[in-house]
Design a protein around this ligand. Sequence first.
Ligand SMILES: [Zn+2]
Length: 307
Amino acid sequence: MISRRKLVLGLAGAAGAATLRQALSPSPPRAVAARRALKLPIAPSGWPFPGARVVAPSALFPADFGVRRIYLDAGHGAPGNTGNLSCFCVEEQDFTLSAARALAERLNATGRFDARVGRTGDRPLPYQERAEDAARWRAEAFVSLHSDVRGRIETWSPAPGRTCPLSLAAPGFAVLWSDEGDPALCALRLALARAFARRMEEAGLMPYRGAAYSGLYEPDAAQPGVFVDRHPPDQRIFVLRRPSMPSVLIETHHALDAREAARWTEPATLDAFAAAASAALADTLGGGAALADTLGGGAAPASQPPT
Ligand SMILES: [Zn+2]
C-alpha cells in the first residue's frame, strides 16, 4: 500500500495538489527530477501532470457539412458489467456516463452535431440494444467511451478509510478499432480512429504506447494511440465490429493513474477532448482532403480481416 503523502500526487481539490503543483510547475528541472524520482515517463506534452496545458484543436467543416448524428456510447452499464474501479474507487460506468454527457453537451453546442448519449443510467442496457438503437436513429458514427486498466496494480488510500487500486506506469489514451467485416466500413473505422488519436494528441493528451496490449491489440503503423482489435475472434469487442456505422472505442485514460483520473474531472480537459472529437468527426465525416489525408497517412496493419 502506498500512502497518499508519500506519492504527493496532484489531485484536483485534494490536499497535496498545491504541493505537487509547486514542485512540478515553476522550474522544469525540478519537474523532471520529480518525475524521475517517481519513475514516471517524461512525456513531451507534460501530460498528465498538473499545469501541462491542454488546448482545443480547430475543426474544419466543409460548407455542406450540415448537422450530423453521433451516437455516444457510455461504456459499461450493461447487465452484470459495471467496468473497472478507478484509483478513486469510481466505477467505470459512472465515469463514462458523465464523460459522454459532457461530450454530448459540447458537441451539440457547436451546432454541427446532434449527439446523443445511448444510455440513461436508469437501467442496465445490453450492447446489442445500443447497436440497434444507433442504427434505428441513423447515427453516422458510434463513439464508445471507456477508461482503461493496465500494468502492475498497487493500492493506495485517496481518502481516509478508503483503499483503491493504483498504477502509475502506463498513462495515456488509446483509440481502438476493428478490421473485421466489410472493407469499406473498416476503412471508415480506421479513418475515424486515426482522426481521433491525431486530434487528441494535438489537444495535448498523451497517446499510450501499448506495452501491455501485446496479443490483445496491434498498434497502428501510422498514428500513435491507435490499435486494432486482435483478441481471439470469439472475444472481440462488440461495439467495434457490430454497429452498422463507423465505430471506435476510446480509452480516454488509465483509470488507475491518479494524475490522469484527476485531470479527466477538469472542465479544461473535457473541453479540449470535445474540441478534438469535433475536429476528428469533421475530418472523417466531412470527407474530402482531410479524410484522404487520414487514410493515406500510412499502411493499415499487414494482417487482413478474417473472412
Ligand atoms: Zn471499459
